[in-house]
Design a protein around this ligand. Structure first.
Ligand code: GDP
Ligand code: ZN
Length: 466
């Protein structure tokens, strides 16, 4: 890897490693050659050796301000000498009680003891530079920090474990073998040797294409899981849109909350339904949507619905179908959707045959939000509809980001070009150039031969303390 030549960092960095807020435990992480010294200046240990021992371990003691000698808090110190640590450097973690003042006090003490405040993502950057993780793993750490539901964080975890990188590396190995075959054949004058190489390009090239396309598809699926499916609840006034949104959001709050800089309000837009995050327009958004549907007519609702990846069309069972209902149904035929007929606790006024006809293949779920009926069926149907559109909660073990997607797309174009050239009897040196470009592109996906600018770009996006 090209980053092997970069020297180890000489300074020691520190940052708060837990989310600021109500967490019951706060953690300050220190990494670098002076981490042990800093620890020994800041810790009054009950017993046990000093941290400079090359042995990892956990110590209980008191953390003190090295300048005043004042006690800051009780503390668990986790000592991980390099290279067997996250950054491959000496790493010390102070675990203290969670209050913001306290944690900041510990951080200030590490500065007084000689550490410098870490830049965002700097721990992960060091892990990458020291060869502990590759670029896609580093990016997955960032996704993990941001991922909104358990499922999304699970697939981010798998990426961290390197499955995706392993897969790319295997594909790359096959590609380099194919390329070698082509390159060694270029100077052969015999035509049949050339045509054997061309046949290999066609066969192996197609196999690789299938696998890379699958990788891209799954990666994008992972992206959908990370971002959440943009969902709009649409319907006439009073059908129960707000009630439904509240019910969906209340139902499952299995949401990763350790995301710095995000408030609960923002997170609550996500309803985790069957492991799939539905990003339901926030309160302001839904009010806007209502305004549009309620007052501004078809043209404007068309606009609001254009962005939607999933629609719940809501109707009332105790009212006949209105012209607006029919327009809404007609407008949304091409978007994955479910029809929710609410208020089944009230008398039946809906023309069910007409609704069936307008619905076509769209599933219709009856519910009473007031009576607590049908919500589970609606959720099941939402997951089923989304899954049939290609998003499968349990199928996703890869998650790519936009950078990786565009690289993979470029690799696909290169490979398609190579196969096509081989099919058209192009000369081998033309084919070789395209294979080379595909190989380089695959390398960039996992950060091999990545330029310094790219690295800085990526790592500056990280959260502080990671
Ligand atoms: P929105 O205008 O579409 O957002 O509708 P709301 O969610 O604000 O609900 C409108 C009214 O219908 C409220 O008074 C709700 O309490 C009531 N409502 C919602 N669901 C039901 C239901 O299943 N049965 C009955 N009887 N009333 C409901
Ligand atoms: Zn409402």
């Amino acid at each position: 890897m090209s980053h092997e030549g970069i020297p180890m960092e000489s300074d020691t960095i520190a940052a708060i490693g837990t989310a600021l807020g109500e967490a019951s435990v706060g953690m300050v992480r220190v990494s670098g050659p002076n981490a042990g010294d800093i620890g020994n200046r800041m810790l009054r240990l009950r017993k046990g050796p000093k941290l400079s021992a090359r042995k990892r371990g956990m110590w209980y003691g008191t953390v003190i301000d090295p300048e005043s000698g004042d006690e800051i808090d009780e503390c668990l110190a986790l000592w991980m000498p390099g290279p067997n640590s996250y950054t491959a450097e000496d790493v010390l973690e102070f675990q203290v009680h969670g209050g913001l003042q306290l944690v900041q006090g510990v951080l200030r003490a590490t500065m007084a003891a000689g550490a410098r405040l870490a830049e965002p993502g700097e721990f992960t950057k060091r892990a990458f530079l020291n060869g502990r993780i590759d670029l896609s793993q580093a990016e997955a750490v960032m996704d993990l920090i941001r991922s909104k539901t358990e499922l999304a964080s699970r697939s981010a975890l798998q990426l961290v474990k390197g499955q995706f990188s392993d897969k790319v590396r295997r594909l790359r190995k096959r590609l380099i073998r194919l390329q070698a075959h082509v390159e060694v054949t270029i100077d052969y004058p015999e035509h049949d040797v050339e045509s054997v190489a061309a046949a290999a390009v066609i066969q192996t090239g197609k196999e690789l294409l299938t696998e890379i396309q699958e990788l891209l598809r799954r990666g994008k699926m992972g992206q959908v899981l990370r971002e959440g499916i943009r969902t709009v609840i649409a319907g006439r006034p009073n059908v129960g849109k707000s009630s439904l949104m509240n019910a969906l959001l209340r139902r499952d709050r299995a949401i990763v909350t350790e995301i710095p800089g995000t408030t609960r309000d923002v997170l609550e837009e996500y309803a985790n339904i069957g492991g799939i995050p539905f990003r339901i327009a926030d309160t302001a958004g839904i009010r806007e949507t209502e305004d549009i549907v309620e007052r501004l007519g078809v043209e404007r609702s068309r606009e609001a619905l254009r962005e939607a990846e999933f629609i719940v069309v809501m109707l009332n069972r105790n009212e006949p179908l209105a012209a607006d209902d029919e327009r809404l149904l007609a407008l949304t035929t091409n978007i994955p959707r479910v029809i929710a007929v609410n208020k089944i606790d009230l008398s039946m006024q809906l023309d069910e045959e007409r609704l069936q006809m307008l619905a076509g293949n769209t599933p219709i779920v009856e519910l009473s939000l007031k009576g607590g009926l049908g919500l589970r069926e609606l959720e099941t149907e939402m997951v089923k509809q989304v899954s049939s559109g290609g998003v499968r909660a349990d199928d996703v073990s890869y998650m790519t980001n936009a950078r990786q997607n565009s690289l993979l797309e470029a690799v696909i174009i290169d490979l398609e070009g190579a196969v096509e050239a081989a099919q058209n009897g192009a000369t081998l040196d033309v084919i070789a150039v395209q294979l080379q470009s595909a190989y380089a592109g695959l390398g960039l996906v996992i950060g091999e031969e990545a330029g310094e600018d790219l690295l800085n770009e990526i790592f500056s996006n990280f959260c502080l303390g990671k």
